[in-house]
Design a protein around this ligand. Structure first.
Ligand SMILES: [Zn+2]
Length: 303
Protein backbone atom coordinates (compact mmCIF):
# COMPACT_ATOMS: atom_id res chain seq x y z
CA UNK A 1 0.00 0.00 0.00
CA UNK A 2 1.28 3.45 -0.87
CA UNK A 3 0.89 5.00 2.53
CA UNK A 4 4.07 6.95 3.24
CA UNK A 5 3.63 10.66 3.60
CA UNK A 6 -0.12 10.39 3.95
CA UNK A 7 -2.14 11.83 6.80
CA UNK A 8 -1.93 10.03 10.12
CA UNK A 9 -5.01 9.89 12.29
CA UNK A 10 -5.10 12.02 15.41
CA UNK A 11 -7.35 9.43 17.06
CA UNK A 12 -4.55 7.10 18.08
CA UNK A 13 -3.72 6.54 21.74
CA UNK A 14 -0.31 5.01 22.17
CA UNK A 15 -0.37 3.04 25.40
CA UNK A 16 2.51 0.76 24.55
CA UNK A 17 4.93 0.21 27.34
CA UNK A 18 2.26 0.82 29.92
CA UNK A 19 0.93 -2.03 31.98
CA UNK A 20 -2.66 -1.35 31.15
CA UNK A 21 -3.48 -0.41 34.73
CA UNK A 22 -6.00 -3.16 35.22
CA UNK A 23 -8.00 -2.43 38.32
CA UNK A 24 -10.52 -5.04 37.43
CA UNK A 25 -8.78 -8.08 36.07
CA UNK A 26 -11.30 -10.35 34.50
CA UNK A 27 -13.12 -7.35 33.31
CA UNK A 28 -16.34 -5.78 34.32
CA UNK A 29 -17.07 -4.69 30.88
CA UNK A 30 -19.80 -2.84 29.19
CA UNK A 31 -20.51 -4.63 26.01
CA UNK A 32 -18.41 -7.47 24.81
CA UNK A 33 -15.31 -7.42 22.79
CA UNK A 34 -15.69 -7.93 19.13
CA UNK A 35 -12.50 -9.27 17.90
CA UNK A 36 -10.73 -10.92 15.15
CA UNK A 37 -10.95 -14.65 15.50
CA UNK A 38 -8.18 -16.48 17.22
CA UNK A 39 -10.19 -19.63 17.70
CA UNK A 40 -12.44 -20.44 20.61
CA UNK A 41 -16.13 -19.83 20.92
CA UNK A 42 -18.20 -17.45 22.88
CA UNK A 43 -21.22 -17.33 25.06
CA UNK A 44 -24.73 -16.97 23.86
CA UNK A 45 -27.32 -14.46 24.25
CA UNK A 46 -31.48 -14.06 21.72
CA UNK A 47 -33.79 -14.23 18.80
CA UNK A 48 -32.69 -14.17 15.22
CA UNK A 49 -35.58 -12.37 13.71
CA UNK A 50 -35.31 -9.20 15.74
CA UNK A 51 -31.87 -8.25 14.56
CA UNK A 52 -32.75 -9.13 11.01
CA UNK A 53 -35.76 -6.87 11.26
CA UNK A 54 -33.61 -4.11 12.60
CA UNK A 55 -31.20 -4.33 9.75
CA UNK A 56 -34.01 -4.52 7.22
CA UNK A 57 -35.47 -1.45 8.83
CA UNK A 58 -32.13 0.29 8.69
CA UNK A 59 -31.75 -0.27 4.99
CA UNK A 60 -35.39 0.49 4.23
CA UNK A 61 -35.30 3.74 6.14
CA UNK A 62 -32.21 4.81 4.36
CA UNK A 63 -33.69 3.94 1.04
CA UNK A 64 -36.61 6.21 2.00
CA UNK A 65 -34.21 9.01 2.81
CA UNK A 66 -34.77 8.81 6.55
CA UNK A 67 -31.75 8.93 8.77
CA UNK A 68 -31.72 5.76 10.83
CA UNK A 69 -28.58 6.77 12.67
CA UNK A 70 -30.30 9.75 14.13
CA UNK A 71 -33.05 7.51 15.39
CA UNK A 72 -30.76 4.91 16.80
CA UNK A 73 -28.07 6.97 18.37
CA UNK A 74 -30.26 7.91 21.29
CA UNK A 75 -30.89 4.83 23.36
CA UNK A 76 -28.99 2.06 21.77
CA UNK A 77 -25.41 2.88 22.46
CA UNK A 78 -24.61 1.53 25.81
CA UNK A 79 -21.82 3.29 27.55
CA UNK A 80 -21.94 5.89 24.86
CA UNK A 81 -18.88 7.73 23.79
CA UNK A 82 -17.44 9.66 26.63
CA UNK A 83 -14.75 10.41 24.07
CA UNK A 84 -11.99 11.26 26.42
CA UNK A 85 -9.80 11.96 23.52
CA UNK A 86 -6.52 11.28 25.19
CA UNK A 87 -3.87 13.25 23.46
CA UNK A 88 -1.81 11.04 21.33
CA UNK A 89 1.89 11.26 21.11
CA UNK A 90 2.95 11.28 17.51
CA UNK A 91 3.99 7.84 16.55
CA UNK A 92 7.57 7.52 15.56
CA UNK A 93 7.96 3.94 14.53
CA UNK A 94 7.00 2.67 11.15
CA UNK A 95 4.38 0.18 12.23
CA UNK A 96 2.40 2.63 14.31
CA UNK A 97 2.72 5.24 11.60
CA UNK A 98 1.30 2.75 9.15
CA UNK A 99 -1.76 1.86 11.25
CA UNK A 100 -2.31 5.56 11.93
CA UNK A 101 -2.41 6.20 8.21
CA UNK A 102 -4.77 3.28 7.67
CA UNK A 103 -7.05 4.58 10.41
CA UNK A 104 -6.99 8.03 8.81
CA UNK A 105 -7.89 6.47 5.46
CA UNK A 106 -10.85 4.69 7.08
CA UNK A 107 -11.92 8.03 8.56
CA UNK A 108 -11.89 9.63 5.14
CA UNK A 109 -13.85 6.83 3.53
CA UNK A 110 -16.48 6.49 6.26
CA UNK A 111 -16.85 10.24 6.66
CA UNK A 112 -17.57 10.37 2.94
CA UNK A 113 -20.06 7.51 3.00
CA UNK A 114 -21.92 8.87 6.00
CA UNK A 115 -21.97 12.36 4.55
CA UNK A 116 -23.39 11.06 1.33
CA UNK A 117 -26.28 9.78 3.45
CA UNK A 118 -26.59 13.12 5.20
CA UNK A 119 -25.13 11.73 8.41
CA UNK A 120 -22.13 12.43 10.57
CA UNK A 121 -19.54 9.77 11.17
CA UNK A 122 -18.22 9.61 14.67
CA UNK A 123 -14.61 8.52 14.35
CA UNK A 124 -13.35 5.73 16.60
CA UNK A 125 -10.16 5.88 18.60
CA UNK A 126 -7.45 3.33 18.20
CA UNK A 127 -5.46 2.20 21.22
CA UNK A 128 -2.03 0.72 20.61
CA UNK A 129 -0.95 -1.43 23.50
CA UNK A 130 1.59 -4.01 24.46
CA UNK A 131 1.11 -6.95 26.82
CA UNK A 132 -2.19 -5.95 28.34
CA UNK A 133 -4.76 -3.22 28.32
CA UNK A 134 -7.84 -2.06 30.19
CA UNK A 135 -10.87 -1.31 28.05
CA UNK A 136 -14.53 -0.64 28.78
CA UNK A 137 -15.04 -4.24 27.69
CA UNK A 138 -12.70 -5.52 30.35
CA UNK A 139 -9.12 -6.43 30.71
CA UNK A 140 -7.38 -7.83 27.68
CA UNK A 141 -4.00 -9.34 27.06
CA UNK A 142 -2.10 -9.30 23.82
CA UNK A 143 -3.21 -12.89 23.30
CA UNK A 144 -6.75 -11.62 22.75
CA UNK A 145 -5.81 -10.33 19.34
CA UNK A 146 -7.17 -7.09 17.93
CA UNK A 147 -10.64 -6.18 19.07
CA UNK A 148 -13.22 -3.44 19.03
CA UNK A 149 -14.95 -2.41 22.24
CA UNK A 150 -18.44 -1.00 21.69
CA UNK A 151 -18.46 0.32 25.25
CA UNK A 152 -15.83 2.94 24.54
CA UNK A 153 -15.82 3.07 20.73
CA UNK A 154 -12.20 2.07 20.50
CA UNK A 155 -10.21 -0.33 18.41
CA UNK A 156 -7.51 -2.09 20.45
CA UNK A 157 -4.43 -3.25 18.68
CA UNK A 158 -1.27 -4.91 19.87
CA UNK A 159 1.11 -4.44 17.00
CA UNK A 160 2.91 -7.69 17.76
CA UNK A 161 -0.24 -9.38 16.43
CA UNK A 162 0.96 -8.56 12.95
CA UNK A 163 4.03 -10.72 13.51
CA UNK A 164 1.72 -13.53 14.51
CA UNK A 165 -0.48 -12.88 11.52
CA UNK A 166 2.53 -13.31 9.29
CA UNK A 167 4.26 -16.17 11.05
CA UNK A 168 1.47 -18.19 12.60
CA UNK A 169 -1.34 -17.47 10.19
CA UNK A 170 0.70 -17.12 7.03
CA UNK A 171 -0.83 -13.73 6.25
CA UNK A 172 1.94 -11.27 5.64
CA UNK A 173 2.03 -7.95 3.87
CA UNK A 174 0.95 -4.50 4.85
CA UNK A 175 -2.45 -4.81 3.26
CA UNK A 176 -3.22 -7.87 5.35
CA UNK A 177 -2.64 -5.61 8.33
CA UNK A 178 -4.72 -2.84 6.84
CA UNK A 179 -7.55 -5.33 6.39
CA UNK A 180 -7.40 -6.19 10.10
CA UNK A 181 -7.70 -2.51 11.04
CA UNK A 182 -10.48 -1.94 8.51
CA UNK A 183 -12.37 -4.97 9.84
CA UNK A 184 -12.31 -3.63 13.38
CA UNK A 185 -13.40 -0.22 12.12
CA UNK A 186 -16.21 -2.11 10.38
CA UNK A 187 -17.40 -3.17 13.83
CA UNK A 188 -17.37 0.47 14.85
CA UNK A 189 -19.61 1.30 11.91
CA UNK A 190 -21.91 -1.49 13.06
CA UNK A 191 -21.87 -0.05 16.55
CA UNK A 192 -22.85 3.47 15.63
CA UNK A 193 -25.51 2.27 13.22
CA UNK A 194 -27.14 0.28 16.03
CA UNK A 195 -26.41 -3.17 14.64
CA UNK A 196 -23.93 -4.21 17.32
CA UNK A 197 -25.90 -2.96 20.34
CA UNK A 198 -28.94 -4.81 19.08
CA UNK A 199 -26.96 -7.99 18.55
CA UNK A 200 -25.41 -7.80 21.99
CA UNK A 201 -28.82 -7.31 23.53
CA UNK A 202 -30.40 -10.17 21.63
CA UNK A 203 -27.68 -12.68 22.13
CA UNK A 204 -28.57 -12.86 25.82
CA UNK A 205 -31.63 -14.90 25.01
CA UNK A 206 -30.08 -16.89 22.19
CA UNK A 207 -28.74 -20.37 22.41
CA UNK A 208 -25.03 -20.77 21.89
CA UNK A 209 -25.55 -22.09 18.38
CA UNK A 210 -27.92 -19.25 17.47
CA UNK A 211 -25.55 -16.65 18.85
CA UNK A 212 -22.66 -18.14 16.91
CA UNK A 213 -24.69 -18.15 13.72
CA UNK A 214 -25.64 -14.52 14.24
CA UNK A 215 -22.07 -13.65 15.14
CA UNK A 216 -20.94 -15.05 11.80
CA UNK A 217 -23.25 -12.59 10.02
CA UNK A 218 -21.95 -9.72 12.12
CA UNK A 219 -18.36 -10.69 11.34
CA UNK A 220 -18.94 -11.18 7.64
CA UNK A 221 -20.53 -7.76 7.47
CA UNK A 222 -17.42 -6.28 9.10
CA UNK A 223 -15.37 -8.05 6.42
CA UNK A 224 -17.63 -6.57 3.77
CA UNK A 225 -17.21 -3.11 5.30
CA UNK A 226 -13.45 -3.64 5.18
CA UNK A 227 -13.93 -4.45 1.51
CA UNK A 228 -15.81 -1.18 0.99
CA UNK A 229 -12.86 0.62 2.49
CA UNK A 230 -10.49 -1.23 0.18
CA UNK A 231 -12.70 -0.25 -2.76
CA UNK A 232 -12.18 3.45 -2.12
CA UNK A 233 -8.54 2.98 -1.25
CA UNK A 234 -8.06 1.35 -4.63
CA UNK A 235 -9.89 4.23 -6.28
CA UNK A 236 -7.41 6.64 -4.76
CA UNK A 237 -4.62 4.69 -6.36
CA UNK A 238 -3.07 3.66 -3.06
CA UNK A 239 -2.96 -0.04 -3.74
CA UNK A 240 0.10 -1.80 -4.96
CA UNK A 241 0.39 -5.02 -6.85
CA UNK A 242 -0.56 -7.90 -4.58
CA UNK A 243 -2.37 -5.86 -1.95
CA UNK A 244 -5.81 -7.30 -2.57
CA UNK A 245 -4.35 -10.79 -2.52
CA UNK A 246 -2.78 -10.03 0.85
CA UNK A 247 -6.14 -9.02 2.29
CA UNK A 248 -7.93 -11.99 0.75
CA UNK A 249 -5.26 -14.30 2.02
CA UNK A 250 -5.63 -12.85 5.53
CA UNK A 251 -9.40 -13.32 5.33
CA UNK A 252 -8.75 -16.85 4.20
CA UNK A 253 -6.22 -17.68 6.90
CA UNK A 254 -8.35 -16.45 9.77
CA UNK A 255 -11.59 -18.14 8.76
CA UNK A 256 -13.02 -20.24 11.57
CA UNK A 257 -12.66 -23.50 9.70
CA UNK A 258 -9.04 -22.86 8.80
CA UNK A 259 -8.23 -21.78 12.34
CA UNK A 260 -9.98 -24.74 13.88
CA UNK A 261 -8.31 -27.15 11.55
CA UNK A 262 -5.00 -25.68 12.51
CA UNK A 263 -5.62 -25.55 16.24
CA UNK A 264 -7.69 -28.64 16.89
CA UNK A 265 -7.43 -30.64 13.73
CA UNK A 266 -11.15 -30.81 13.00
CA UNK A 267 -13.97 -28.42 12.25
CA UNK A 268 -17.10 -27.77 14.31
CA UNK A 269 -19.41 -25.56 12.22
CA UNK A 270 -21.80 -24.72 15.08
CA UNK A 271 -18.97 -23.18 16.99
CA UNK A 272 -18.09 -20.84 14.14
CA UNK A 273 -18.56 -17.25 15.00
CA UNK A 274 -16.57 -15.47 12.33
CA UNK A 275 -17.34 -17.41 9.21
CA UNK A 276 -15.42 -19.85 7.08
CA UNK A 277 -12.44 -18.81 5.00
CA UNK A 278 -14.56 -18.96 1.88
CA UNK A 279 -17.26 -16.77 3.41
CA UNK A 280 -14.82 -14.21 4.70
CA UNK A 281 -13.12 -13.87 1.33
CA UNK A 282 -16.47 -13.71 -0.41
CA UNK A 283 -17.88 -10.89 1.71
CA UNK A 284 -14.68 -8.89 1.66
CA UNK A 285 -14.75 -9.21 -2.13
CA UNK A 286 -18.38 -8.05 -2.30
CA UNK A 287 -17.59 -4.84 -0.46
CA UNK A 288 -14.46 -4.40 -2.53
CA UNK A 289 -16.30 -4.71 -5.82
CA UNK A 290 -19.33 -2.57 -5.09
CA UNK A 291 -18.14 -0.06 -2.51
CA UNK A 292 -21.76 0.05 -1.40
CA UNK A 293 -23.28 -0.57 2.03
CA UNK A 294 -26.26 -2.24 0.46
CA UNK A 295 -24.12 -5.06 -0.78
CA UNK A 296 -23.11 -5.85 2.80
CA UNK A 297 -26.48 -6.94 4.11
CA UNK A 298 -25.36 -10.24 5.56
CA UNK A 299 -28.55 -10.49 7.59
CA UNK A 300 -30.98 -10.79 4.70
CA UNK A 301 -28.92 -12.73 2.25
CA UNK A 302 -27.59 -16.23 2.16
CA UNK A 303 -24.06 -16.24 3.41
ZN1 LIG B 1 -14.60 -9.10 13.94
Amino acid sequence: MRWKGRRQSSNVEDRRGRGGGGMFPGGLGRGRRIRLPMGGSRRAGGGFSGIIMLVVLFFVLRACGIDPLEMLSGGTMQGAPTQTRQQSTPANDEMSQFVSVVLAETEDVWNGIFQSQGMDYEEPNMVLFSNQVQSACGFASAATGPFYCPGDNKVYLDLSFFDQLARKFGASGDFAQAYVVAHEVGHHVQNITGILPRFNQMRRSMSQAEANAMSVRVELQADCFAGIWAHYTAQKGLLEEGDIEEALNAANQIGDDTLQRRTQGYVVPESFNHGTSEQRKEWFARGLESGRLQSCDTFNNPI
